[in-house]
Design a protein around this ligand. Structure first.
Ligand SMILES: [Fe+2]
Length: 487
């Protein structure tokens, strides 16, 4: 048989969510169509380049999915070329319209799969179209934060926000026009500080964590089986202790009975949370996974709290089969042996994170910014700074512009309230005589010199030195106000 098989969008979504490495996506459409909507990871090629590509992949056992304007015509054109070829049937625009895979700004390297299972024959129900699901990533602790919302009612929840990425998350919520109802923590984290308390400070929202976590500052203490309604979607708290005694997973059910489970650190993709501190228990974790999570339907999409290998989601079925700690029918004895041999180092931030998280992540130090560390340099975006200035939250923050005087009053101008202290002897003198406990944001043309200044300040003992990403170039690109005359 030399006819080419077809693959539906549904089948592709399932494969994509569980075995992405077994797929190769070739897109034969026009550059315009490709730019308008594409599946992350797909390569745009000509028919010739496809033939060459297939040759190069000889001997590799991958499924080659070809995407074209007209699947039927494409299938006859490709007949007999290679038995590993399948043609995608269905309108790719549906894929993008649903937001199943999106590549967003700073997450550009992460292909974010937003739904694994879709109804048969690509008949996506209109009610499921209302689901908004964003998987957001924090690099330092490799934490996933999830934003779940109902497009129709605008209601939303955030699961496991990280303090350093609160501004990014709130910006997204604002852009999508959502109203945040709850901030949920799957457990008291040891590796990062939660953003829950800071978000509650900024907006009317309830923070929630398991009743067993004994976090006095939270608004809602969740019990096993407790349900939260987010528009037409139901989120059920499932007690899944073991990594910590108070771990909860959150099961999302759509009106069409699709399930997605947010497992925190109980079940990870091809892994599990550790059980060697915070009242961890190997027996409890084994029971939580095998008797609770593994009894969910096999096509339930699993969204973990962390991933260290670039994976974004899995399914209960895939974990039951392939999880090297608890899958493939491994016994409690097997699991205990594996866990006892892990010998993991303690998380770097544990001494800071645990006490802070008992207070919903609020350290009470009055800081305005919670920068994200990029290449050892604490950084904030122009957007974060502009918003803080506009909301008059940054009055206590020193803005130090380290460019030359002619640049300060030149074409790009400077931020109102910033002070010119040129990199070099002038800055060194300033650093030697200024308060090291103050929050200082360094600014330059494009972020290079200010990055250097931030490092110098940190070395001199400044606790809260921050670099403004992208400098005045970016600031002007965003059309934020700048001043050209000296203060
Ligand atoms: Fe954890």
């Amino acid at each position: 048989m030399d006819s080419v098989q077809f693959l539906s969008l549904t089948q592709l979504a399932n494969l994509w969510s569980t075995e992405p490495e077994a797929l190769r996506l070739w897109d034969l459409r026009t550059a315009e169509a490709f730019a308008a909507c594409r599946i992350a990871g797909a390569q745009r090629v000509t028919l010739e380049a496809l033939r060459e590509g297939l040759k190069a992949e000889r001997g590799m056992d991958r499924l080659h999915v070809v995407i074209g304007e007209s699947p039927e015509a494409l299938a006859s054109e490709l007949r007999g070329i290679d038995p590993r070829l399948v043609v995608l049937r269905g309108d790719l625009r549906d894929w993008c319209r649903q937001g199943w895979v999106s590549v967003r700004g700073e997450q550009a390297d992460l292909s974010v799969l937003k739904a694994g299972r879709v109804p048969e024959e690509d008949q996506v129900s209109s009610r499921n179209r209302d689901l908004i699901l964003h998987q957001l990533f924090e690099h330092e602790s490799s934490t996933y934060t999830y934003l779940i919302g109902d497009r129709r009612t605008g209601e939303a929840v955030l699961i496991d926000p990280v303090l350093e990425t609160v501004d990014r998350d709130l910006k997204l919520i604002d852009e999508l026009g959502l109203k945040l109802l709850y901030v949920l923590d799957t457990h008291v984290h040891a590796d990062h500080v939660t953003g829950a308390g800071l978000i509650r400070e900024r907006m009317q929202v309830k923070t929630a964590v398991s009743e067993r976590a004994e976090v006095p500052c939270c608004d809602l203490r969740l019990s096993d089986g407790q349900q939260l309604q987010i528009g037409s979607f139901t989120l059920t708290a499932l007690a899944t202790p073991g990594h910590t005694d108070a771990c909860m997973s959150f099961l999302l059910k759509t009106p069409d009975d699709e399930f997605k489970v947010f497992t925190g650190d109980a079940l990870l993709i091809r892994g599990t949370g550790r059980t060697d501190f915070q009242q961890g228990s190997t027996e409890k974790l084994y029971a939580s996974i095998t008797e609770r999570l593994f009894t969910l339907p096999d096509d339930t999409v699993v969204y973990p709290g962390h991933d260290y290998r670039g994976q974004t989601s899995s399914t209960i079925g895939a974990e039951k089969k392939h999880n090297p700690r608890v899958g493939g029918g491994r016994s409690l004895e097997d699991f205990k042996k594996i866990m006892s041999e892990l010998r993991l180092a303690y998380p770097k931030k544990i001494h800071e994170a645990l006490p802070a998280n008992m207070k919903c992540g609020l350290r009470g130090d009055g800081r305005v910014f919670h920068p994200q560390t990029v290449n050892a340099i604490p950084e904030i975006t122009c957007e974060d700074l502009e918003r803080a200035l506009r909301e008059s939250r940054a009055n206590s923050v020193r803005l130090i512009d380290v460019r030359r005087p002619d640049e300060f009053t030149g074409e790009l101008g400077h931020i109102q309230g910033s002070r010119l202290v040129t990199l070099g002897p002038e800055l060194e003198q300033w650093l030697a005589s200024s308060d090291r406990a103050e929050e200082v944001v360094f600014i330059c043309r494009s972020g290079g010199r200010s990055g250097q200044a931030t490092m110098m300040a940190k070395e001199k003992g400044f606790q809260f030195a921050i670099n403004m990403q992208g400098g005045m170039l970016r600031w002007n690109e965003l059309k934020f106000p700048s001043q050209k005359t000296s203060n």
